[in-house]
Design a protein around this ligand. Structure first.
Ligand code: F3S
Length: 395
């Protein structure tokens, strides 16, 4: 892999120990995947933020490099933390967990990272443009950035994204290279899809089929950004899809022709079977919306559906701090909390320790959450539409 003179110096340790280690990691990745050179990144998103995921070794590593003066060179956002950084007591988070989560966030802040903790940075102030090279690690955000925006990122791991943030570059391979952005499968949808949970079910089903390849969809109804974020998140979770195209809807679709690709049809029966498969629980102890983090539009809809009602079991709506702030100004947080539900910022049902809080069955409208909750949080799952789940907590 070609390195500039400046890059050779970093590798020789001339910019300090941390930069050398981080740059070495990027070079190694580039060598493994056949990168030709490094390219500058304009935006980074780092996963591996929750204490639940990184525990003491991860926390100590971050504190160590922060203490040694590591600073990011591109705007860098964080994935959700393990708790609402302001209202963690209200969530029932154990104080020992909270203490360590705060230490992690302080270490990131010291490196100059924006401590927004969200999987939807594109809704919260970190919006790349079409064709821009970025290094993001949250799989649903990677899928959204590549597919809906047309930015270019591989599915980075937490360490490689952090290295890209500190060095300001990433190796050029994979989805940074135009030839690798072609579709591999033609997915024709004959099922009629009604809301985000249907898009999540479709994503779960297709992710299982295409694995880490790129699907090209035809037959999809006009989808809004919330539907596409649900679709991409589920495909990234059940498979490892980092890029998809939708005829007439995503920006690179017109560059490709699905003719000649392996064709798979998705019918109403496939969607129904996916709901069946993902439903492993009968009565939800808690219902959680906002996977990926809820948009203002989704929060507005939930607030309208809860108007004048009282929930009988906990209902969380997870979102970013920025969107919560705005929702608060619009009176939406008050409306939701007036119904006895909670708007939770900075975290989500998968990366917070909900199993330690005592929940056993979680209701979700997200195909991604339904995929992860059993393994990651020891939960049984009720996977339903938003309307069905609101009805569930009102009984
Ligand atoms: Fe985001 Fe958590 Fe879902 S990180 S995509 S809300 S699992």
């Amino acid at each position: 892999m070609y390195l500039t003179k400046e890059e050779e110096k970093i590798l020789a340790g001339e910019k300090g120990e941390v930069m050398e280690r981080m740059f070495r990691l990027l070079v190694r990745l580039g060598d493994i995947y056949g990168a030709d050179r490094m390219i500058p990144v304009r935006s980074v998103q780092v996963a591996g933020v929750s204490y639940k995921s990184i525990e003491d070794p991860g926390m100590e590593f971050l504190e160590d490099i922060a203490k040694k003066g590591a600073k990011v060179q591109a705007i860098t956002f964080l994935n959700p933390a393990g708790m609402d950084m302001e209202d963690w007591k209200k969530m029932g988070i154990p104080p020992e967990f909270a203490k360590k989560q705060i230490r992690i966030m302080n270490a990131f802040a010291e490196m100059g990272i924006v401590t927004s903790a969200t999987c939807t940075p594109y809704l919260a102030g970190n919006l790349p443009r079409f064709g821009e090279h970025i290094a993001w690690s949250e799989s649903s955000a990677v899928s959204f950035a590549n597919s809906v925006i047309g930015a270019r990122t591989n599915r980075e791991g937490g360490p490689s994204a952090l290295a890209a943030a500190l060095c300001g570059v990433t190796p050029r391979y994979g989805l940074h290279v135009p030839e690798n952005r072609r579709p591999d499968f033609h997915i024709h949808v004959t099922a009629e899809l009604k809301g985000s949970s249907d898009f999540g079910a479709l994503g779960y089903h297709v992710g299982k089929i295409v694995k880490n390849k790129a699907p090209y969809f035809t037959g999809l109804p006009e989808a809004d950004t919330d539907h596409l974020k649900a679709l991409g998140a589920a495909m990234a979770a059940s498979g490892a899809v980092a890029l998809y195209h939708v005829e007439d809807q995503t920006p690179e679709a017109r560059l490709h022709d699905p003719k000649g690709l392996e064709k798979v049809e998705v019918s109403v029966k496939d969607i129904a079977a996916t709901y069946e498969k993902l439903n492993t629980g009968k009565k939800a102890d808690i219902v959680i919306f906002g996977c990926p983090h809820a948009s203002l539009r989704e929060i507005t809809e939930i607030a309208a559906k809860l108007k004048g009602k009282k929930v009988k079991r906990p209902l969380w709506v997870c979102t970013s701090r920025m969107v919560k702030e705005c929702a608060s100004r619009m009176g939406l947080v008050k409306a939701i909390e007036g119904a006895g539900a909670t708007v939770v910022a900075d975290t989500c049902m998968v990366v917070s320790p909900i199993e330690d809080i005592g929940y056993k069955t979680t209701g979700t409208s997200s195909g991604k959450a339904a995929n992860y909750l059993p393994g990651f949080c020891k939960q049984s799952v009720m996977f339903r539409s938003v309307d069905d789940l609101i009805r569930e907590v009102l009984q």
